[in-house]
Design a protein around this ligand. Structure first.
Ligand code: WTA
Length: 658
């Protein structure tokens, strides 16, 4: 495998890097108040952590409330880690109960805004009550410690309530992004054997209603493990009802007690499963556990977002993704912070929705994805300029490499030139941020996630695991276990080992290419496997290919990414049709819809290109690199009625992919 942009650096990429060499130092004013202030202090922390990462993490873990202290900080039998072994805690207690003893009791835990414009605020006390009540609802449904609960919900406070209620009783939640189709939901419910599903009648998205309960009904038909479906009334959409299985959220909550003693759970007890795309077809159930996850999520939230009691923190991610888990729900609440949740589309009803919200809620720390930033950049400076963004003091970015142009636009137009930007690199698998500036201590370079956090040993290596010299591309790896690392792939420890620890034995393989510069700064170059990153969301080319092939007209397909100015990558599907089927715009649209139905709208190919044959090596492997070049080079012709013959290309190409 060759890093796509690694060993062979495309020229223009280097040019941009050279152009943008400026260092952005944290201002004296920012440093003065920061949790971690100054380069020297950070260096000292790094040194100390490098001497003994375990001691460093143990100190971080002691910031949490434990029911029983741990006996051993780390038990590492590669590739399996256990952190804070023997310790017991409850994650919901750490996010809620422990804030009830002091002035945070009546502080806003969640400020929520619905897409139609209504707002709600839940104080820590109120959120605690809701969580306890819902924990009792789950118990009443027979959900026990060790069970799994699927959550398929809009961005509403009840999604967080359901997650925390699961954590309170020790049931692992599996949140499935509400944009996923009913088929995708079914597969995820079945893989985790969920006992209950929590959903809503519908959700608002760009002014229209998406019927969630309908998707659940269709999925659950083929999910024998599901006994109950709890339905939140959100849109008032009519729903069909299965007596004995379905119950309304509000009715169940009205009947539930507001006290629920927290379970004392082992540090290594499962907290959640989150499905993510890998390079093979089937989504992987990434498993995270209690103590280690919360330790690193809490620490990174505090340090990277420099959270203070008076902050309003807005992470725009959906709870269906890991960013929503770690930095909408668990991280902010573990810190007793105020987290803002928004239900709807960023451009609804107008392109200034985000900026109007920042102004109205006086948001001080804002965390979003490069795709969103590039979209706003294209829409024009006038939209943010209409609003008072002076409450902002810190900005963040996650999900894909942020190009220096977008970084600078974000810095000037949203941050008013005064806010530091934290470009945070991490993954569903890492659970929490791994590489990022600390805003009061690190000098930023636009486009670089800068340096690993104290306690994290990341490197860029070659195929043999040897560090590559500065300026050279290689594989991004993590050499030592960290507390919030995934523990396994749910139900498939072999795949866990094979996927992450076999390329270089004993060392965690991220699947990303990267380069370090002479200052040691990390520049992430993107995925090196068959995983696409569309709008900061990971999609597997294989998964989209199997969706396409499941359509009766399709004989074969190959899916690749091509660079896209706004979304990072766009999905291009090369399709060969079965005998007797002819290409047409209608068929292309039908195939796009088919992928939408099978996986979800985010996976719909942007381009469908019909071809007589696919270019293959002598041994029959599809020449993906060639297809990537074709996809990138020619763009969409718009005319989908012609049949290309890419098969012949293989005869002309050197067979270097074998
Ligand atoms: C990419 C999202 C460059 C990377 C938290 C990674 C990034 C994948 C950055 C994980 C960043 C995330 N710079 N690339 N700051 N952050 N990525 O699992 O390719 O949805 O492997 O987790 O996103 O995506 P995931």
């Amino acid at each position: 495998m060759t890093p796509q942009n690694g060993e062979k650096d495309p020229k223009e990429h280097i040019d941009v890097l050279l152009k943008e060499r400026r260092l952005y130092k944290p201002s004296a004013a920012f440093q003065k108040k920061a949790h971690i202030a100054g380069h020297a202090r950070l260096q000292a922390l790094r040194k100390k952590a490098a001497r003994s990462p375990e001691r460093f993490w143990a100190e971080a873990a002691r910031e949490l409330r434990w029911i029983k202290p741990w006996k051993r900080t780390l038990d590492w039998k590669p590739p399996f880690a256990r952190w804070f072994v023997g310790g017991k805690l409850n994650v919901s207690v750490n996010c809620l109960d422990r804030h009830l003893d002091g002035p945070r009791r009546n502080k806003a835990a969640i400020i929520w805004e619905g897409e139609p414009g209504e707002t709600r605020t839940l104080t820590y006390q109120q959120l605690h009550g809701e969580v306890c009540r819902f924990a009792n609802v789950l118990k009443g449904l027979g959900v026990r410690s060790g069970d799994r609960v699927a959550i398929y919900m809009p961005m509403v406070p009840e999604a967080a309530v359901a997650m925390l209620a699961c954590a309170r009783i020790g049931a692992a939640h599996s949140v499935i992004f509400a944009g996923f189709s009913s088929d995708a939901l079914r597969d995820r419910i079945n893989d985790a054997q969920a006992k209950a599903v929590v959903t809503a009648d519908g959700l608002y998205r760009r002014g229209s209603v998406l019927k969630l309960k309908e998707a659940v009904d269709a999925a659950v038909e083929s999910c024998p493990s599901v006994r109950s479906v709890v339905v939140l009334r959100r849109t008032g959409t009519e729903v069909s009802w299965r007596q004995g299985r379905d119950l309304w959220w509000h009715e169940a909550m009205a009947a539930a007690a507001a006290q629920c003693p927290p379970a004392a759970l082992d540090s290594e007890h499962p907290l959640f499963i989150l499905y993510t795309s890998g390079s093979t077809g089937k989504p992987k159930g990434v498993l995270h556990t209690m103590g280690g996850y919360l330790t690193q999520v809490a620490l990174t939230t505090k340090w990277i977002f420099d959270l203070k009691d008076e902050d309003v923190f807005w992470c725009t991610a959906d709870v269906g993704w890991v960013t929503g888990h770690s930095y909408v729900v668990y991280g902010p609440l573990a810190n007793g912070a105020t987290t803002l949740m928004y239900e709807g589309g960023p451009l609804h009803p107008a392109p200034d929705r985000f900026w109007s919200m920042v102004a109205r809620h006086r948001v001080s720390v804002f965390y979003t994805a490069p795709t969103a930033i590039r979209t706003f950049m294209r829409l024009g400076d006038e939209w943010p300029a209409k609003h008072d963004l002076s409450s902002l003091r810190l900005l963040g970015s996650v999900g894909e490499p942020i190009n220096p142009e977008a970084w600078l636009w974000y810095h000037d137009n949203i941050g008013g030139g005064r806010c530091p930007i934290v470009d945070t690199w991490w993954q569903t698998e890492t659970g929490a941020v791994m590489i990022s500036p600390l805003p009061g201590a690190t000098s930023a370079k636009p486009g670089s996630a800068t340096l690993p956090l104290p306690g994290i040993e990341a490197d860029v290596v070659d195929r043999q695991g040897r560090p590559v010299p500065p300026g050279h591309g290689g594989y991004l790896v993590v050499k030592k276990p960290w507390p919030s690392m995934l523990r396994t792939i749910y139900g498939d420890p072999k795949r866990y080992e094979q996927q992450y620890f076999s390329q270089i034995p004993g060392i965690y393989f991220t699947g990303d290419g990267a380069r370090r510069d002479k200052d040691g700064y990390f520049w992430i170059l993107g995925r090196i496997d068959d995983v696409l990153n569309v709008s900061g969301h990971r999609l597997s080319t294989m998964e989209i290919e199997s969706a396409l092939v499941s359509h009766p007209a399709v004989a074969e397909s190959a899916v690749v990414g091509r660079p896209d100015e706004i979304h990072g990558q766009a999905v291009t599907a090369f399709v060969t049709l079965k005998g007797g089927r002819a290409p047409s715009p209608a068929l292309a649209e039908e195939l796009r819809e088919h992928v939408g139905k099978t996986i979800g709208a985010i996976a719909k190919p942007k381009d469908i290109r019909f071809t007589e044959g696919l270019p293959k090596t002598r041994s029959g492997k599809i020449m993906r690199r060639l297809l990537r070049e074709i996809a990138a080079g020619q763009g969409v012709k718009g005319d989908v009625t012609t049949l290309e013959d890419l098969g012949v290309l293989s005869k002309l190409q050197a067979e270097d992919e074998e």
